[in-house]
Design a protein around this ligand. Structure first.
Ligand code: SF4
Length: 114
């Protein structure tokens, strides 16, 4: 079950249908739904996510797709991210993947999946 899409929606959470309070997993429900739900992105406090098109998330996804095919040379990172004119941005996104443990640099300098 996709709780975030079907039960714990931002505008109208269906707490009565939700299994999380019984599991002690919703602090807001356990506190009696007093005040605003403190969990970021959950019922009543969610903010719309920024646009995906043109975002770093999109470039990151493109880069991961490229890495699934094989290692990516540093000179090709910007193209792999879909920003051929912005290598600095691609380097930053690649660094984020490395920092998150989702990619690493091989001895030959190419970015690769772990
Ligand atoms: S606010 Fe808590 S109890 Fe209500 S639907 Fe969301 S997770 Fe379930």
């Amino acid at each position: 079950m996709e709780l975030g899409a079907t039960v714990c929606t931002r505008r109208r959470p269906r707490c009565g249908d939700c299994p999380l309070p019984a599991a002690g997993a919703c602090a807001w429900a356990l506190a009696g739904h007093v005040g605003v739900d403190p969990a970021d992105g959950s019922a009543g406090v969610g903010r719309p996510q920024s646009a995906f098109a043109g975002s770093d998330r999109q470039g990151r996804g493109r880069l991961v797709d490229a890495l699934r095919v094989g290692p990516v040379a540093e000179a090709s990172l910007a193209v792999a991210c879909g920003w051929p004119d912005d290598p600095d941005r691609a380097q930053r996104v690649a660094a984020g993947l490395v920092a998150d443990g989702l990619a690493g640099y091989a001895d030959d300098g190419r970015l690769r999946l772990p």
